[in-house]
Ligand binder design. Structure first.
Ligand SMILES: Cc1cc2nc3c(=O)[nH]c(=O)nc-3n(C[C@H](O)[C@H](O)[C@H](O)COP(=O)(O)OP(=O)(O)OC[C@H]3O[C@@H](n4cnc5c(N)ncnc54)[C@H](O)[C@@H]3O)c2cc1C
Ligand code: FES
Length: 273
């Protein structure tokens, strides 16, 4: 990134709705010129749409896929404009921004990934990274839930990962649905059922506030120490590079010092996140 305020033009290579209600859309972007920049799992980009504005989104892909993948929940002005994009349209992208999941720290450890709903985006990136470098990591456990089957992201890949046997997977939906063969129940309950050991392990959690609220006591009960638990925060942002002061919590700028923080770091901050 030469001038961090200047977006790079990227073209929509693929656009598809993820959920039956069309509230979630996945887009793959490729640079109009040159190659994709390098990035790490957990980083995000600012996507801008001319005349609408700019907003931050976590990167769901990995660099060797040659694209930037985002899955976007329709919330307001920018996200609605992104939902209207079609293949061939051009958007502006600033990135990669922020820090990433501490994959070097994870080396040789067991990894537990806990997620709910569309917050799974950057965890797809993390899982792709862990599986590509499978020999560097111990056991991988995934607990992922959504209200309904169609709100689970990247379902084809979930099936592939399940078949590969490379992870212990607990995929759950809130209520029983005809034809569903996975787990039924909320993420915290299923995590308790899975009962992953905290020994030699790190846990990464991303999800809606309600999931996080009810999952934290389970994580504590399982015996994970706050310094072994990581999460990614969402804040309203403007510059995305630690200059405007829009996104700070206590001493941290979420855009620059985060979005990935350990629970230990967050426990020492004012409870405004
Ligand atoms: C690091 C980071 C990664 C993110 N990754 C994703 C992602 O992968 N997919 C995704 O769908 N969304 C993601 N978000 C949230 C996304 O940035 C907001 O939904 C988006 O900014 C809303 O823009 P808008 O113009 O459509 O909404 P607006 O018209 O600005 O607002 C509509 C509603 O969304 C709320 N809102 C606006 N910005 C945020 C925000 N940053 N966080 C929470 N609520 C907000 C507003 O309070 C309002 O209720 C991420 C946010 C951050 C900070
Ligand atoms: S968005 Fe400007 S400091 Fe974080």
């Amino acid at each position: 990134m030469d001038n961090p305020y200047v977006p790079v033009p990227m073209r929509v290579k693929m656009a598809r709705f993820e959920s039956d209600d069309r509230s979630l859309k996945t887009i793959d972007l490729e640079p109009v010129e040159g190659e994709i920049f390098d990035f790490m799992p957990g980083q995000f980009c600012e996507i801008s749409i001319l005349g609408k504005g700019e907003a931050p989104f976590g990167i769901a892909s990995v660099p060797w896929e040659g694209i930037l993948r985002f899955t976007i929940n329709r919330a307001g002005v920018v996200t609605t404009a992104i939902h209207q994009l079609e293949e061939g349209d051009v958007v502006g992208v600033r990135g990669p921004l922020g820090n990433w999941y501490p994959v070097d720290l994870f080396e040789g450890k067991n990894i537990v990934i806990v997620s709910g709903g569309f917050a799974f985006t950057t965890l797809r990136s993390l899982i792709k990274y862990l599986l590509k470098n499978r020999e560097r990591f111990g056991k991988i456990t995934l607990v992922y839930g959504a209200r309904r089957p169609d709100l689970l992201l990247y379902r084809d890949e979930l099936d592939e990962w399940k078949k590969s046997g490379e992870m212990d997977m607990y995929i759950t939906i809130d209520k029983p649905v005809e034809g569903w063969e996975g787990y039924v129940g909320f993420v915290p309950q299923v995590l308790e059922q899975a009962s992953p050991s905290p020994e030699n392990a790190y846990l990464v959690m991303c999800g809606p506030p309600a999931m996080i609220k009810f999952t934290l006591p389970v994580i504590e009960k399982l015996g994970f120490k706050p310094e072994t638990v990581f999460t990614s925060l969402e804040r309203r942002m403007k510059c995305g590079i630690g200059k405007c002061g829009r996104c700070n919590i206590g001493k941290y700028y979420v855009c620059k010092d985060g979005p990935v923080f350990s629970l230990d770091q967050l426990n020492k901050l004012p409870k405004e996140y």
